[in-house]
Ligand binder design. Structure first.
Ligand code: SF4
Ligand code: SF4
Length: 307
């Protein structure tokens, strides 16, 4: 049902051909044109999150990621720009939404966002100032203070580092965590983790060539930033997604265990639930439905397995 995506926002939706191409170009999304105040594009805010750091938390999902992991569970978070999302499973292909529309909301997408009789169309990605988003989070201050805290996830938070740092500064008093893939300049990485109490960092593949094939980029900046994190003195957790025959091989896990040493590690079991979301943003999920092999936890000094 890709007809409703063909020309909607001028963005090609497969691979990394969404107009974003690099490690240090995201500041163009950080500045409000009139105020020079950093603005952030957020694609979701999840309350009562229990897998994004200690306790029960509010998790903010920043839009845009420099990687293109083929197993990504948040395809709507890959592009740094707001984009159309359509619940394609219920679409009856009436074509009403493909008509041009002059409404302010609809013009950027070249079609009507409001006409769908099933209410299947939305725009994912909302712009916030740090003050606006901090106020939204802090209305639950008492609960978050006692139950867990706040986590900035994505997408990749360091792609909007100026906004994220400003936001985290406004959340002092809460336990503040960030979930990062670590692919950014050292300066950008440090500016974000310096505002955090806790960092969750992914390490997916040790081999640089395999990392390029499966995640779209070299892993050298990630490994450099991991060393920065280790020497920062901050509490952290390494996460390794277990992708069948890709990251869950004994060879890869043994190599990652060498990199992380005695760090705390969480190995995340694979499920292919993400596949269903891809069609909604006009992308194609290409990983086969497979199960993880048996994992030898003894490869790591401190690892737990989460399914
Ligand atoms: S780093 Fe995370 S958000 Fe980015 S593409 Fe990979 S899985 Fe998706
Ligand atoms: S208007 Fe709704 S049902 Fe009709 S084609 Fe568009 S998304 Fe599908």
């Amino acid at each position: 049902m890709n007809d409703i995506f063909d020309t909607a926002d001028g963005i090609e939706k497969s691979g990394r051909a969404d107009g974003f191409d690099g490690i240090d170009k995201s500041d163009k999304f950080d500045k409000g044109e009139d105020t020079h105040e950093p603005r952030g594009i957020v694609f979701d805010i999840k309350e009562f999150a229990v897998h994004d750091g200690p306790g029960v938390r509010t998790t903010v999902f920043m839009k845009g990621c420099p990687l293109s992991c083929r197993w990504c569970h948040n395809p709507e978070g890959l592009s740094p720009r707001p984009e159309l999302m359509v619940k394609t499973a219920r679409c009856r292909h009436c074509g009403l939404c493909t008509r041009p529309c002059e409404h302010e909301d609809c013009k950027p997408y070249g079609r009507c966002l409001h006409i769908c009789p099933e209410g299947l169309i939305s725009v994912v990605g909302k712009s916030w100032t740090p003050d606006e988003l901090a106020a939204r989070i802090l209305r639950d201050y008492d609960f978050l203070k006692s139950s867990g805290g706040v986590t900035i996830s994505g997408g990749e938070p360091t792609m909007q580092s100026e906004f994220v740092s400003e936001l985290l500064r406004r959340l002092h008093g809460l336990h503040r965590a960030v979930e990062t893939c670590g692919y950014c300049s050292g300066e950008r990485f440090t500016s974000v983790i310096n505002e955090c109490d806790y960092v969750i960092m992914d390490i997916k593949l040790a081999d640089p060539e395999a990392h390029k094939v499966w995640c779209g980029v070299d892993n050298a900046p990630i490994l450099e930033n991991f060393e920065r994190l280790r020497s920062s003195g901050r509490e952290y957790l390494v996460r390794v997604p277990l992708i069948p025959d890709v990251t869950d091989t004994r060879e890869n896990l043994a190599a990652i265990s060498e990199i992380v040493g005695d760090s705390r590690v969480e190995l995340l079991g694979y499920n292919n639930m993400a596949g269903a979301k891809y069609a909604g943003v006009g992308r194609v999920y290409t990983l086969p439905d497979k199960k993880n092999r048996e994992i030898d936890l003894a490869l790591f000094k401190h690892a737990v397995l989460s399914r």
